[in-house]
Design a protein around this ligand. Sequence first.
Ligand code: MG
Length: 207
Amino acid sequence: MPAPAPFDYPIDQVKGFLDPAEGEALYNAAYDAAPFGPILEVGSYCGKSTVYLGKAAAQQNGQVYALDHHRGSEEHQRGEGYHDPELFDNEIERMDSLPYFRRAIFRAGLEGTVVPLVADSGTMARFWQTPLAMLFIDGGHSLEQALTDWRSWAHHVRVGGTLCIHDIFENPDEGGQAPYTIYKHAIASGLFEDVARVKTLGVLRRV
Ligand code: MG
């Protein structure tokens, strides 16, 4: 069943790095997946992708777990290329995207759909048991972090479920290779097949 028309929400006002075409692809994937179980996002940052996932899930009475330690990935830290001083907590000298994330979810009317999980990926996964209808990996882009996200969460995707990976760059001149590496792991594992690619967003299905 095709998803309803794109929702009415000023998504441009949410900080983030998701292309609108990628957002729409996430929205459609989430709409299809939501009736079969929860959706888990790794790496929510300020909630842009979470709003796309949440808006789709809400239409299906579904649920989204939005996992992020909200301390920023490597590239968000002070002195790095994607640092945003507005997200810096000067009192403890750490990044904190949680207030922005909560505002975005509140304004989108998604507090009943999106459950924030404030922890790092490996910690959250330790005792996790719930099968996932959809997993979206968009966490830290160091190889170590991307591999942790893959190893922690991919096996929870139910058969027939969806795995999305953001920031896949086949050409190393265009971007970091960690997301592409876990994409290749997913295909090589035999557990996932390629379904679609929208810009840098890979859509795979658990077989
Ligand atoms: Mg990303």
